[in-house]
Design a protein around this ligand. Sequence first.
Ligand SMILES: C[S@@+](CC[C@H](N)C(=O)[O-])C[C@H]1O[C@@H](n2cnc3c(N)ncnc32)[C@H](O)[C@@H]1O
Length: 269
Amino acid sequence: MRLRAPWPRQKHRAGDWKILFRTSTTLNPKMWSTKRTIAAGDTVIVWMTRDSLEPLVVTPDAVLHNKYGSYPHNNFIGLPYGAKVQSSSRDGKGFVYLLRPTPELWTLALPHRTQILYLADISFVINWLNIGTGKRVVEAGTGSGSFSHSVARAIGSSGKLFTFEFHEQRAMKAKEEFAKHGLDGIVRLEHRNVCRDGFGEDILDSIDAVFLDLPVPWDAIPHAKRVLRVRCCSLVRFYRLTMLLERCSSPDMLLQSLYRASDAHSDGS
Ligand SMILES: C[S@@+](CC[C@H](N)C(=O)[O-])C[C@H]1O[C@@H](n2cnc3c(N)ncnc32)[C@H](O)[C@@H]1O
C-alpha cells in the first residue's frame, strides 16, 4: 500500500523561489544586515551579563569601560558578529559578546524613554493584527520605539509604518534611531497629538492595522476608523492591563487579559 503525505504536495516553479527570495532580501535594512564582520560605524549589541545588554556604535579609538574591564573599539573591527572579546585590562578576565542587532535584542538593550512593550506582547499583537510583509500599519505613541522595530522587520521594505509621538524630544530621538538603523524607508514618524489631530489626511482609508499604546486610546478611535481600509479597529493599551478591542463589521469585541504574577511553591500549590 502506498502511503500518502497528509499534506497536499505543492509544485513549485523556478520563478516561485525567486519571488520568495526577493521578498526576503528586501528585508535587510542596515540594522539587521547579514554581513559577517563588524566595521567602524556599525551598531552592535554588547552582551555584558544576562541582564545587561547595551547598544554601541563602533567608533575608532573609543574605549568601552564596564566593571569587568576596558575594551578598545579598535579591537572589535574585523571580528565576526557573535565574537567574545576579552578585556584589555584586569588581565583579560572580563569579557563581552558582540551581537548583531535584531529587533528582539534592541528591545532588551534600548535606552528607555518610556515604558515599552516586550517580546511576549509584541509577538501577540503582531500576530493578532496579522502584521506581515507589505502591510501598512499605524502606531501611536512611538515611545522608545521597541514595538516599532519589530513591526518594521515584519512588514519589510514593501510595507510602511506610520508612527506618531506627541512628546517632542522622544519623537526626535526615535527619528534619529530609525535613521541610524536604516529604517527611514519603512518608518515614517510624526510629532503629533493623535487624540486631538488624528493621523493625517494623506493616509485615509489606506491602513491595514492600527495599534494604540496611549493613556487614553479611546480618544483616537474615531481617527483610527478613518485611516483603516476596512471598518476594523484594533486597540491595545498596555501597562499591567492589556486590552485589545477588535473587530470589523460586527459589534466591537473586547479582549482583555490581565498579567498575573505566578508563584511557584515547593509544595506544588
Ligand atoms: C507607553 S509609551 C509607548 C511605548 C511603545 N509602544 C514602545 O514599545 O516603545 C506611550 C507613548 O505615547 C505617547 N503619547 C501619549 N499620548 C499621545 C497622543 N495623544 N498622541 C501621540 N502620542 C502620545 C507618550 O508620549 C509615550 O511616549
